[in-house]
Design a protein around this ligand. Structure first.
Ligand code: NAG
Ligand code: NAG
Length: 463
């Protein structure tokens, strides 16, 4: 009963089979990285992936990522890369599990974060550079890195990550992050724009930088005014900290192993007054007693009255060091005994902190990339004062006029912070009551900010 031309039938079938095979191979690359379930999580309707992307051809250097698809309709939502700073701190532990990811570890369990950024986007968390978290180099010498190597590795990572997830290649892309990511993000975005001139691969739409290091002296020296105006140092110490030895000078000397007597004297006075029992990343927050001074009987834990869990970092350390968790994440420990929030094996070129990246931000704006600089307003490490000034000066230099005058913005019925927009492309915003890790301490307000940023809309003007 076979029709006369068996061959004629077989040919297209063979082609079809090949095609099917090709598609299957391509999509199965991401299937290997699909997370079935994380230990302690409840059921969720979105997909999670994690695993490695090698960034050199000898396959000795690999970066670890955690990817969370958007909770609803991921196909219509942008792709957002999130990077934490340090340099050397983990985007998985800090970003995903303490700030804006879908879960936060609590004892044996993962509790849902109601204000997870995957409500608005497909979130990609990258542990970078090599040597951070689960990212590794099997040739240990290359744990010596700097800004340039980091940017290049991040670029290669994304190129190769798109091979695993080709459906995201054409998607609107945003890069977000905080702190030292004020270096990583503009430097990576610059490489993407250069790469796009050869082959249009990155559909980069915007970057958002939280409490970022953009210009060493301006950012670091605004610490003195912040300490002083928040009552952490006295009038006389403020005077010394701005005239005798300012903070940028101290850091500069410190990284060169040549701290002068005057700076050493000023810094110990500043340290004495500010006290180590105040969290410098949020001056209104109590320190997590266990992570600072686990044997301490000086301050009794009963005195901790904050409703938010200031010990979340320790929970994350415990969680990510569980073997069942590492297995579920497809993670390995290479060259280290345990997973750490911030790497102990990384040898980062610390003097790179002095490289200004605000000028790169300017070139991105000129290339049509929208930029948001935001500040948790309780952070004394990279205070809002410096960031606001840098953005204002950049706008002036680029000839961008104010399109939204300095005003409050709302989250619900309360003021979420202040904002100003220049030329409808460069924005500054504060998040009221937020720390250096803004989405950790003000998750609800941070999510409103994030949503406006992705939609390219000004922050809510009324409630
Ligand atoms: C900080 O100190 C350096 C070195 O003394 C000086 O050049 C610089 O102007 C100072 N910056 C500020 C903001 O005071
Ligand atoms: C900015 O404002 C000035 C003064 O109102 C005006 O002359 C200039 O054309 C404006 N620039 C842009 C880019 O709109």
């Amino acid at each position: 009963m076979f029709p006369l031309s068996w061959k004629a039938m077989a040919m297209p079938a063979l082609v079809l089979l090949q095609l099917f095979f090709l598609i299957k191979v391509e999509s199965s690359l991401s299937l290997f990285d699909k997370i079935t379930q994380l230990p302690g999580q409840c059921f969720v309707g979105f997909q999670q992936f994690s695993g490695y992307v090698t960034v050199d051809d000898k396959k000795q250097r690999a970066l670890f990522y955690y990817f969370v698809e958007a909770e609803f309709d991921p196909v219509s939502k942008p792709l957002v890369l999130w990077l934490n700073g340090g340099p050397g701190c983990s985007s998985l532990g800090v970003g995903a599990f303490s700030e804006n990811g879908p879960f936060r570890p609590k004892g044996q369990f993962l509790i849902r974060n109601e204000y997870s950024w995957n409500k608005e986007a497909n979130m990609l968390y990258l542990e970078t550079p090599i040597g951070v978290g689960f990212s590794y180099s099997s040739d240990s010498s290359s744990v010596t890195v700097n800004d340039e190597i980091t940017a290049r590795d991040n670029l290669v990572f994304l190129q190769r990550w798109f091979l695993k997830f080709p459906e995201y290649r054409k998607r609107d892309l945003f890069i977000t992050g905080e702190s030292y990511a004020g270096h990583y993000i503009p430097q990576l975005a610059k490489l993407m724009i250069q790469f796009n001139k050869k082959e249009k691969l990155f559909n980069l739409k915007g970057i958002a930088l939280g409490n970022p290091v953009l210009e060493f002296a301006t950012d670091f020296n605004s610490r003195a005014e912040f300490f002083w105006s928040h009552g952490l140092i006295s009038d006389s110490t403020y005077k010394m900290f701005t005239s005798a030895c300012n903070y940028s000078r101290y850091v500069s000397e410190y990284y060169r192993d040549s701290v002068s007597t005057v700076c050493s004297r000023v810094m110990s006075q500043v340290g004495r007054e500010t006290s180590r029992f105040v969290d410098k990343y949020d001056v209104t927050l109590d320190v997590c007693i266990s992570s600072v001074f686990s044997q301490s009987k000086i301050i009794s834990p009963q005195e901790v009255s904050e409703t938010i869990d200031v010990c979340v970092e320790d929970e994350t350390v415990n969680y990510l060091n569980r073997q069942d968790v590492q297995k579920a994440l497809h993670a390995q420990l290479v060259g280290v005994r345990r997973w750490d929030v911030c790497s102990n094996i990384l040898d980062y070129e610390l003097l790179d902190v002095e490289i200004p990246t605000i000028s790169i931000v300017g070139s991105l704006v000129k290339a049509g990339i929208s930029v948001l600089v935001y500040s948790g307003d309780q952070d004394s490490v990279i205070p809002l004062i410096g960031s606001r000034k840098l953005v204002h000066e950049l706008a002036k230099e680029l000839g961008l006029n104010t399109t939204v005058p300095y005003r409050v913005w709302f989250e619900g019925q309360q003021v979420g912070g202040w904002t100003q927009v220049y030329g409808n492309i460069l924005s500054f915003a504060t998040i009221r009551g937020a720390s250096h890790e803004a989405p950790f301490s003000q998750p609800e307000r941070s999510l409103v900010l994030f949503k406006s940023f992705l939609q390219g809309r000004p922050l809510p003007e009324v409630f």
